[in-house]
Design a protein around this ligand. Structure first.
Ligand code: MN
Length: 515
C-alpha cells in the first residue's frame, strides 16, 4: 500500500489518565485526587475525560458520578463491557459518553470471554443500540484490534456503525503495531466504515506516540492518550508528546492549552507517585536544560541553536535551565548569577567557573545554594542574602503509638508564624509544617538522604529540590547528625535561595521568551 497522508484539520483529545492510567501497576487514585485531576484536564482543554469503569466498584461508580456532576466543558466518559449491568452503571453515573468494549482477537476471545464470534458481533450491535437508545454518545472499541482478523474487524465496525455508534476506536492493546501497519489498518477501516476513527496505542515497543501519529496521518480524528504516558505495562501514548507533535510538527489543531502541559504533568506525577525520568520529552526535567558550554553559549545567543525552536519551554509552561557540571562554561555561570541579580567581574567569573568545573569533574552535583555560597566567597561584595524564612523553634514528637507531630515557630517575610502538622514520620511532619506556614506554591520536588560514615551517629546528608509554580527549581544540601534538622535546614536554605531568585533576579538571566 502506498503511504498516502490524509491529515485531519482538528484532532480530538480523549484522555484516559483516570482509567487506563489508573490501571498502571502500583497506581490507585483516591476519589478526591480523581476529581482534582479531572478539573485540571478540563482546564488543559481535553475533549473527553474517561473517568473510570463505573461497574468495577461502588467507589468507582460514585467517583464517576461526582466528576459528571462538576459540569466540566470536557465530555465525561465511562467504560463498559458489552454487558447490560456495565452500561447501566455508566448511565446511572450521568456520563456524556459510554465507551463500550469487547475483545475481538482470537487469542483474547479464547482466553477470556469464550464466546462465539457471531455472538460477540450481536452483543456489540445490541450494546451500542442500548446506549444510543438512552440518548448518550457511544464509543466502541474492538479490543486488540491490531491482532484481530481483518475481515471480522471490518464486519464488527460495520455492525456498530449500523447501530448508530458515534466513533469507533482501534486499540493497539498490546502495543504490537508499527507506524506503517497502523497506516494500512486505519486507511482500510475508513474505506469500510463511515464513522470517525479513534486510536488507543500502547507503548510496549516504545512506539505508542509514533503509531498514534501514523493513525492521525491516515485520517484518525481522535487519539486516546494519558498524562505522562501512564497506563498498563509500559503505558499509553503520552498526551504532551502527541499534542505538541500535532501542533508544532504537523500543524494540526487540538483544543489543548499547551501552556498548562507542565503543571498538569506535575500534578499527575505527584498524585500518582510515578516519577518522570529527567529525559522524558516535553515535560521532563531536562527537556529544556543545557549543561555543555557550547550548547549553553548557543542557547544564550539564540535558543533555536540547540532546541527545536518550533517548541519552546514557554509553549508548554516549562522553563529553560542551564545546569552546572564539568561541561559548564563561563556564559552559563554569568547567566546563573544574573538570575540572582548579580553581575560579575571577568576575573571572578573565571575563578567561579574553575571551581564549578573542578567539583563537576569529581562527579559532585553542585546545588544552587552551594553555587551561591561559592559566588559569595569569590566575589565578596554581593548583596547580603535576605532570609525569607528563619527558623526560631522546632519540636518534633515521634515514637510508638503516637502520630508524628511537629510544632514550629519561624519568621516568614518579617512576620512571626507558628504552625503545627502531622506526617508519616518526624521528617515528613517537620517539612509539612514549614510548607504550611509558607502557604505558597513552593513544593518539595526531590528529597535525597545519604548516611556519611557508619553508626547511628552517622552524619546524615540531605539534598532537597524545591520548585515553584513557574518551574523555577533550587537545590540545597545540609549535613547533620540530626536527620530532622538536616532536612529542615536544607529545605529552608532552598526556599531562601528560591526567593532571592524570584525577587532579585526578576527579568534577568535567561528570561522567558528570550531568543
Ligand atoms: Mn489500554
Amino acid at each position: 500500500m502506498e503511504y498516502k497522508i490524509n491529515l485531519p484539520e482538528y484532532v480530538s483529545i480523549f484522555d484516559t489518565t483516570l482509567r487506563d492510567g489508573e490501571q498502571t501497576p502500583g497506581i490507585s487514585f483516591s476519589d478526591k485526587t480523581k476529581i482534582n485531576i479531572a478539573r485540571q484536564l478540563d482546564k488543559l482543554g481535553v475533549d473527553v475525560i474517561e473517568a473510570g469503569f463505573p461497574s468495577s466498584t461502588e467507589g468507582e461508580r460514585s467517583t464517576v458520578k461526582k466528576i459528571s456532576s462538576l459540569n466540566l466543558d470536557s465530555d465525561i466518559c465511562g467504560l463498559a463491557r458489552v454487558v447490560r449491568e456495565d452500561m447501566d452503571a455508566c448511565i446511572a453515573s450521568n456520563v456524556d459518553m459510554v465507551h463500550v468494549f469487547v475483545s475481538t482477537s482470537d487469542v483474547q476471545i479464547n482466553s477470556t470471554i469464550k464466546k462465539g464470534k457471531e455472538e460477540i458481533l450481536d452483543l456489540s450491535y445490541d450494546s451500542v443500540k442500548y446506549v444510543k437508545d438512552h440518548g448518550i454518545k457511544c464509543l466502541f472499541s474492538a479490543m486488540d484490534a491490531t491482532r484481530t482478523d481483518e475481515g471480522y474487524l471490518f464486519d464488527i465496525y460495520k455492525a456498530v456503525g449500523e447501530a448508530g455508534v458515534d466513533i469507533i476506536n482501534v486499540p493497539d492493546t498490546v502495543g504490537v503495531s508499527s507506524p506503517f501497519k497502523m497506516h494500512e489498518l486505519i486507511s482500510k477501516i475508513s474505506k469500510h466504515v463511515d464513522v470517525p476513527i479513534d486510536v488507543h496505542c500502547h507503548n510496549d515497543f516504545g512506539l505508542a506516540v509514533a503509531n498514534t501519529l501514523a493513525a492521525v496521518e491516515s485520517g484518525a480524528r481522535e487519539v486516546q492518550v494519558t498524562m505522562n504516558g501512564i497506563g498498563e505495562r509500559s503505558g499509553n501514548a503520552s498526551l504532551s508528546e502527541v499534542v505538541m507533535a500535532l501542533h508544532s510538527i504537523y500543524g494540526v489543531k487540538t483544543n489543548i492549552k499547551t501552556e498548562y502541559l507542565f503543571e498538569t504533568s506535575r500534578l499527575v506525577e505527584s498524585y500518582s507517585g510515578f516519577k518522570l525520568p529527567p529525559n522524558f520529552p516535553i515535560v521532563g526535567e531536562n527537556a529544556f536544560s543545557h549543561e555543555s558550554g557550547i550548547h549553553a553559549y548557543g542557547i544564550i545567543q539564540d535558543s533555536r541553536s540547540f532546541e527545536p525552536g518550533i517548541m519552546t519551554p514557554e509553549m508548554v509552561g516549562h522553563r529553560r535551565r542551564l545546569v552546572l557540571g564539568k561541561h559548564t562554561g563561563r556564559h552559563t555561570i554569568k547567566n546563573m548569577l544574573a538570575e540572582y541579580g548579580i553581575s560579575v567581574r571577568e576575573e571572578d567569573l573565571r575563578e567561579i567557573t574553575e571551581r564549578v568545573k573542578k567539583l563537576g569533574d569529581k562527579g559532585k552535583k553542585i546545588t544552587d545554594t552551594e553555587f551561591y555560597a561559592m559566588a559569595e566567597a569569590v566575589i565578596g561584595d554581593i548583596p547580603k542574602r535576605e532570609q525569607y524564612i528563619t527558623l526560631n523553634e522546632l519540636s518534633v514528637m515521634a515514637g510508638n503509638k503516637i502520630t508524628p507531630t511537629a510544632v514550629l515557630k519561624a519568621i516568614v517575610d518579617g512576620e512571626e508564624k507558628i504552625g503545627a502538622d502531622v506526617g508519616v514520620g518526624p521528617v515528613d511532619a517537620a517539612l509539612k509544617t514549614i510548607q504550611d506556614i509558607l502557604g505558597s506554591n513552593i513544593r518539595l520536588k526531590d528529597f535525597g538522604i545519604n548516611a556519611i560514615s557508619g553508626g547511628s551517629d552517622a552524619l546524615a546528608e540531605v539534598t532537597i529540590n524545591v520548585e515553584d509554580e513557574m518551574g523555577n527549581t533550587v537545590s540545597a544540601r545540609s549535613a547533620r547528625e540530626d536527620i530532622i534538622m538536616a532536612s529542615v535546614e536544607a529545605y529552608i536554605s532552598a526556599v531562601n535561595n528560591l526567593m532571592i531568585k524570584k525577587r532579585r533576579g526578576d527579568g534577568k538571566g535567561l528570561k522567558k521568551g528570550e531568543n
